[in-house]
Design a protein around this ligand. Sequence first.
Ligand code: ATP
Length: 398
Amino acid sequence: MTTVVEIANLSKHFTIRKEKSLKERVVNFGRSRAHKEDFWALRDIDVSIEAGTTVGLIGPNGSGKSTLLKMIGGILQPDTGSVSIRGRLAALLELGAGFHPDLTGRENVYLNASILGISREQTDKYFDAIVDFSGIEKFIDTQVKFYSSGMYVRLAFAVAVHVDPDILLVDEVLAVGDEPFQRKCLERIRQFQAEGRTIILVTHGLDQVDEFCDRAVVLENGRVVTDGTAREALRTLRADFEDARQEERSRQQAAPDARKELDAHFTGIALRSDSGAIGQPTLAQGEGLLVAMEIDSPVPVARPIIEIGIATPLGMSVYSTNTTLLGVEPGTLRPTSKFQVHLGGMRLGEGDYSIQVGLTLDDGTEVHRVPDAAQFSVTGPGTSAGFVGADAEFEVLS
Ligand SMILES: Nc1ncnc2c1ncn2[C@@H]1O[C@H](COP(=O)(O)OP(=O)(O)OP(=O)(O)O)[C@@H](O)[C@H]1O
């Protein structure tokens, strides 16, 4: 396979100026109001991207995704390492990038296309298709500084996809388009995939990653923490988000007035299918599942609410219930308490699922949540897809 983007040992640092607090200014009397701080937005990044693949760049806010995309797009220069590109690249980076505010939409189309190496004659040929795709014909002779953010993106995306790029870079900007336009963009991205073009996508829409990307790179604090299939990457990211949430909760609990009952937590989850399979059991369609849970609590907790749910590998909930909905009173939590719930009569579609559990106090305070506590699979005759099963009987009527 041909490598079209080769990122080697790439690092980028920024210098940020911080305003000093009043106290610091008094202490450093006479010196400047600001001090400088260096920080690495990207550190030692090595990623190769093969022709024809769609790669998602994901990670928490500030992890370096847009910086990396800008470096691939050649808008930012590396401090160490290199980025090499093979082929024509079109980029849809931050809002308005590549557009001159005082020029009209029409003038910007020509300017943008010329930056991408397209001649005036070629742009003439594409012009009507670009305007038509953008859907902003009425405003094409208006200066773009009067455009809404959605109108900007419509025009920028229309240009990017009509200049015949081999590599398309798309930052989160698509999210500002309205729903019909987003759908149109995603259809075009699919068409690009079918044509064997390479796409690099920064997104917070994790379901988009699963749907569109062959591969996902997770960035955290400027470093690559996972580079693998979309599912592997999503699992890492979700687990890290949950860790961050737990850390935040521990910090709150370290406060002197922390409530001891907030230390209660799940210590074990085990599954058993009705046919006796344990661990990560595989269930036949329609088979029931027993979920056993253990909770430790340093102090007695009265009237806890225990939640249980089933989710797809992407974290989409397909079923959930709790002891209140079930009309069950779990009693008071002791140092170690054990519970079990049998989920019978399930009609899940074939595929992989995870069990989520949660513990809440009766005043609604969430105490502990485990989003991916255990996994199981459902198998069947392979005659359907999706998250529910059905006995389909197809008849030809005429
Ligand atoms: N021009 C700049 N000068 C100084 N710091 C910058 C600059 N551009 C980005 N940063 C910083 O670099 C870090 C990474 O930013 P970046 O925009 O790449 O993150 P991101 O992962 O795209 O975040 P988000 O999900 O919030 O869009 C952030 O801390 C940001 O404040």
